[in-house]
Design a protein around this ligand. Structure first.
Ligand code: PEP
Ligand code: MG
Length: 324
């Protein structure tokens, strides 16, 4: 029985009508990587690298980071691992980075907004990623993108690191895919313009919801706004998916929405290529995908869009399931 469950977890997730959705794992440490593989992850759609920086007095060295990346690579083997460059700031503060005091940290210097003022940290980070990527199927993903110029600058900053490594004769991978997170409303609105500058997208539904709804994630008084099934969020995701596909780019989702029953149904209707979630949720999410009819959901999308709230969208999906 255990063996049967394990095989089921490892098998791909294909909807009733034959559409495959890749199911990846969100990980935050080498230890999570092992859990991801045990639970049937086909890759990692989000490797949160912040653990390397948090709870310590000094910045991690390039070697230390390299070691952690290699460990994750070893767990995933040939499977793709999307390494997200450090997303510090917002609710994640770090003493040795001396970040500015801000009235609204979530609207402040966060994610890639830090990289130009913290050049040394950024360089050591990218060096470690490119070096570890030599032996593995790594991709780089950048958090908090909000405009086209950022995509251009980040790509050339990463390329500069590659040029240095090459000059020094240090073994590393180049080129490798560089993607952008769609987690600001600006990025969703500009996805059509960003698409020609990046290799792939991944929707961060947690932050995208927070920023679209202007409601801080985790604020207990605003939980009803923290629902990624809100029509405004779905509409932003729809735009991003259409823009990505128009340019032949893949688009995944790495926020909590990807492991929510209704979220999965909505994401199938919206046409995403991959969903990534915490390892423990993978087997159930795969079963959920196997129970859905993607073309039917697709044809119902206009009705879904007519609903007036996240709550109404959830009841619509529930009625659908119960065949009412
Ligand atoms: C997100 O914002 O949805 C996301 C996946 O990133 P994080 O939760 O780490 O901000
Ligand atoms: Mg985020």
């Amino acid at each position: 029985e255990l063996e049967r469950l394990r095989q089921k977890a490892e098998a791909p997730a294909i909807s009733i009508d034959g559409s495959r959705v890749e199911v990846f794992a969100n990980i935050a440490s080498p230890r999570d990587a092992e859990a991801a593989i045990r639970n049937g992850a086909e890759g990692s759609g989000l490797f949160r690298t912040e653990f390397l920086f948090l709870n310590r007095k000094t910045a991690p060295t390039e070697e230390e980071q390299f070691g952690a990346f290699v460990k994750v690579g070893e767990a995933f083997g040939e499977k793709p691992v999307i390494i997200r460059t450090f997303d510090i700031g917002g609710d994640k503060q770090i003493d040795y980075m001396r970040l500015p005091d801000e009235a609204n940290p979530f609207l402040g210097v966060r994610g890639l907004r830090l990289y130009e003022t913290h050049r040394e940290l950024f360089t050591a980070h990218i060096r470690a990623i490119l070096r570890a990527a030599f032996s593995f199927n790594f991709q780089i993903m950048v958090p908090m993108v909000a405009e086209v110029d950022e995509c251009i600058r980040i790509r050339s900053a990463i390329e500069e690191v590659h040029t240095d490594l090459e000059r020094e004769g240090v073994q590393h991978r180049w080129p490798l895919p560089i993607g952008a997170m769609i987690e600001t409303p600006a990025a969703a609105l500009l996805a059509g313009k960003l698409a020609s500058r990046v290799d792939f997208f991944s929707i961060g539904s947690n932050d995208l919801t927070q920023y679209i709804m202007a409601a801080e994630r985790g604020n207990p008084n605003l939980v009803h706004f923290a629902d990624p099934l809100h029509p405004a969020v779905l509409s932003a995701i729809k735009l991003a998916v259409e823009s990505a596909h128009l340019h032949g780019k893949k688009i995944g989702v790495c926020g909590e929405m990807g492991s929510d029953r209704d979220g999965i149904a909505a994401l199938l209707a919206l046409g995403v290529d991959e969903i990534s979630m915490s390892p423990a949720k993978i087997p159930e999410a795969k079963e959920r995908i196997r129970s859905l009819d993607r073309s039917r959901l697709l044809s119902l999308l206009p009705h879904l869009e007519e609903e007036g709230s996240a709550k109404a969208i959830r009841s619509f999906l529930k009625e659908l399931e119960e065949g009412r």
